[in-house]
Design a protein around this ligand. Structure first.
Ligand SMILES: Nc1nc2c(c(=O)[nH]1)N[C@H]1C(S)=C(S)[C@@H](COP(=O)(O)OP(=O)(O)OC[C@H]3O[C@@H](n4cnc5c(=O)[nH]c(N)nc54)[C@H](O)[C@@H]3O)O[C@H]1N2
Ligand SMILES: Nc1nc2c(c(=O)[nH]1)N[C@H]1C(S)=C(S)[C@@H](COP(=O)(O)OP(=O)(O)OC[C@H]3O[C@@H](n4cnc5c(=O)[nH]c(N)nc54)[C@H](O)[C@@H]3O)O[C@H]1N2
Ligand code: SF4
Ligand SMILES: [Mo]
Length: 688
């Protein structure tokens, strides 16, 4: 009898590379290729369940158009180069710019898609190699206002409670989050809680998939969060539902809040929400024994982002809903490793662990640990400031796993700025729209081809494991940065593994100080803060007191400000932008998945039935959108789900990119651009 050879199949447990929920999964490896995804049931985050992106996450790995060799642009065309040649060029050009213009002429943009080890090394390279704090990540245009706002209110910018803890809530208030599409495995927790008897309230300008799951849905006009929350707080105080004991013992400046919200009894004219409904929801939230707030970009991505976040912190503190199971204020962090990128010090004012660069003791500590002198104490340039400063203050830029030519506001402006640089490097897994503009492109290994850790939105630090080899000569980002550090002649860059980088990071980062790869092996991993080797980790924050200097939570009286650009005669619609279940950001990965592409092959704009009727637009018609910054042609989707006067688009599709239209105006505190609101016009494209 012929013995048939059974192909060897390997299952490699790892963490999903898409959103900040941090689902665990198994990559199925056969003949050196990832051929599928299987549930990893022991993960306490998703218990073996995945969303469509999780199931489709392996399909781009072996794409024929992965970058496989370093590329150098010569006479306007990319030419393949050896690693030595490419890294020598990058090292010499960065040094030349540094020598000619000084440290602030260099800028570093760090991905939230790559493991902690790689974010940490980029922060180290910028600071040790070039003495600059111009290092930032895309949290700036995501939950930057959460980091800023929650730090001001509570002393720490992170989510307060674990996702599974939503099952302990009696009431959950979801605002500006479409969790069913953007964080589906948190969406699952919302549904589980509802089945257990929790009241689910969803507030959103659009009747989203998440809103459809709610007991009570509250529609309000885009960018009117502050009057809405102030009004809720007015009714809570008026009806005697404020938790005066909590306020007295754990907070300060309540009087300032009380005085401010007195002006907001009735806000219907501004928000479009009936006062009776605002009052009903406020009292439901305040009367629950344990109530949790879940929010996302509908709160943060505006010029009042930090104020919106502080308003939500006000609401939680007013009702004593913080520091216990089933309570808290939970920003759903977006990218798989956006929490980590911030933790790792890929931020212009802090080293890893949020150690402020302005404090001399922190600089001394890092100088000693890293074996350097003269670390700078200034606040470096933020993501969008780096773009604006191109050609002026900034002469060279290093973009690691960022695709601003699709994902930053006002793409025409981004292109113009990037073209003014004397030198630019992009390190990515594909030749993106941004990479095409670079002088040097470095090919990176993707998450399935390297070791590392991602920190999810609940501060859970989980392992990423190498399942297959990278294509061609692509290398893990940590290895590329280590080699570059060595080319630059820097000490402390001779790493042989991702684990060595992790250990280098953990010894200077208090919240990660007690973590090792060995300790992260268990399925539940570890949740920071975990300062010592025997510390079990900290799933819930602020249980005794707040993380502020005096231990008290800060109330702020916050007044409404309109968005930077409002509809007028020429541009009569408000444009909101966001996501779809099946696609992820600039689409480099999800658009290469057959399964996901078949679900939604291209973009569209949502328009209300009333507006569509007035403009003679029908479903599927081609329409042209214009703003003060650009124009985009796309398909119309006529729907009941959005209010009149409002349009909604996703930004995933390069053939109809929403960010040609969006506004770069920024929140003064967090420097967040107004991605969720700008004025546009829309017209039907006449058949040619
Ligand atoms: N499928 C998929 N999932 C993702 C991503 C992805 O690209 N695709 N990206 C990940 C990332 S990085 C992030 S940050 C998250 C984002 O997750 P979400 O923030 O949940 O996603 P968005 O689609 O941007 O939607 C935000 C919600 O805010 C609402 N909104 C818009 N304007 C306003 C407003 O003025 N006020 C209020 N209250 N609400 C408003 C929108 O109607 C929408 O329902 O998703 C993560 N998950
Ligand atoms: N209009 C509008 N614009 C938005 C938003 C919105 O709601 N509306 N949301 C904003 C938000 S919240 C975010 S987070 C940003 C996201 O913006 P980006 O971070 O620019 O988006 P991604 O597509 O996730 O791109 C990251 C890049 O990383 C690359 N990459 C993936 N894995 C690796 C790796 O292992 N190594 C390397 N070197 N590269 C890798 C991908 O190929 C991709 O080119 O977009 C923002 N832009
Ligand atoms: S919910 Fe997020 S982490 Fe989980 S499978 Fe979907 S994209 Fe991946
Ligand atoms: Mo994000």
């Amino acid at each position: 009898m012929n013995q048939q050879k059974v192909p060897e199949i390997k299952y490699v447990p790892t963490t999903c590379p898409f959103c900040g929920v941090g689902c665990g999964l198994n990559l199925v490896v056969k003949d050196g290729k990832v051929v599928g995804v299987e549930p990893w049931k022991r993960s306490p985050v998703n218990e073996g369940k995945l969303c469509p992106k999780g199931y489709g996450c392996y399909e781009f790995i072996h794409s024929p158009d992965r970058l496989t060799k370093p590329l150098i642009k010569k006479d306007g065309k990319f030419v393949e180069a050896s690693w030595d040649e490419a890294l020598d060029l990058v090292a010499s050009k960065l040094k030349e710019v540094y020598g000619k213009y000084g440290p602030d002429a260099l800028a570093f943009q760090v991905s939230c898609r790559v493991p902690n080890e790689e974010c940490y090394l980029m922060n180290k390279l910028a600071r040790v190699g070039f003495k600059t704090n111009n290092v930032d990540n895309c949290a700036r245009i995501c939950h930057g206002p959460s980091v800023a706002g929650l730090s001001l209110s509570l002393g720490s910018g992170a989510a307060t409670n674990p996702f599974a803890d939503l099952l302990n809530a009696d009431c959950i208030f979801v605002i500006g989050s479409n969790a069913m599409e953007a964080h589906p495995l948190v969406g699952r927790r919302l549904i589980q809680a509802k089945e257990k008897g929790t009241t689910l309230i969803v507030a959103d300008p659009r009747y989203t998939l998440t809103a459809r799951k709610a007991h009570i849905y509250m529609r309000f006009n885009p960018s009117t969060v502050i009057p809405l929350i102030n009004s809720m707080m007015y009714w809570i105080i008026k009806e005697g539902k404020a938790d005066m004991e909590f306020i007295k013992n754990k907070t300060k400046d309540f009087e300032e809040l009380k005085k401010t919200v007195e002006k907001y009894a009735d806000v219907e004219a501004l928000t479009g929400t009936p006062t009776e409904l605002v009052k009903e929801i406020a009292l439901k939230y305040a009367s629950a024994k344990n109530a949790a707030i879940v929010y996302c970009l509908g709160i943060t991505e505006t010029t009042s982002g930090t104020d919106n976040v502080r308003s939500l912190a006000n609401l939680a503190m007013l009702t004593g809903n913080i520091g216990r199971p089933g309570t808290g204020i939970n920003p759903l962090r977006g990218q798989n490793n956006v929490q980590g990128a911030c933790d790792m010090g890929a931020y212009p004012n802090v080293y890893s662990g949020y150690q402020k660069v302005e404090l001399e003791e922190n600089r001394k500590k890092m100088e000693q640990a890293w074996g350097v002198e003269g670390l700078p104490g200034n606040y470096g340039l933020t993501l969008m400031e780096q773009i604006d400063a191109c050609g002026d203050r900034v002469k060279a830029m290093f973009m690691l796993g960022e695709n601003p030519m699709i994902s930053f506001p006002d793409i025409n402006h981004v292109r113009e700025c990037l073209s003014k640089l004397e030198f630019s490097v992009v390190e990515d897994i594909f030749l993106t729209e941004t990479a095409q503009l670079a002088d040097v492109v470095l090919p990176a290994a993707c998450w399935a081809e390297k070791d590392g850790t991602f920190t999810s939105g609940e501060r859970r630090v989980q392992r990423v494991r190498k399942a297959v080899d990278a294509p061609g000569e692509a290398k893990p980002d940590w290895e590329i940065l280590s080699l570059l550090g060595q080319k630059l002649g820097l000490k402390g860059f001779d790493f042989k593994s991702a684990e060595e980088v992790f250990n280098d990071m953990a010894r200077v980062t208090p919240q990660y100080g007690g973590m090792t790869y060995a300790r992260l092996e268990k399925p539940e991993a570890l949740v920071w803060p975990c300062p010592t080797a025997d510390h079990p980790g900290t799933p819930i924050l602020h249980t005794q007191k707040f993380a502020t200097a005096d231990g008290l939570g800060n109330f702020f009286g916050i007044d409404y400000k309109p968005p930077a650009e409002v509809p007028d005669e020429e541009y009569p619609f408000a444009l909101m932008t966001g996501r779809l279940l099946f696609h992820y950001h600039s689409g480099t990965q999800t658009r290469r998945s057959k399964q996901l592409h078949n679900e939604v092959p291209t973009g569209f704009v949502e328009i209300s039935e009333a507006d569509a009727a007035e403009l003679g637009i029908k479903k599927g018609d081609r329409v042209l959108l214009k703003s003060r910054r650009g124009e985009v042609e796309t398909n119309a989707l006529v729907t009941k789900d959005i209010p009149k006067g409002v349009l909604n688009m996703t930004f995933h599709f390069r053939e109809c990119p929403a960010n040609l239209l969006t506004n770069t105006a920024r929140d003064p505190l967090s420097k967040m651009p107004e991605l969720k609101y700008c004025a546009v016009s829309v017209e039907k494209v006449k058949a040619r």
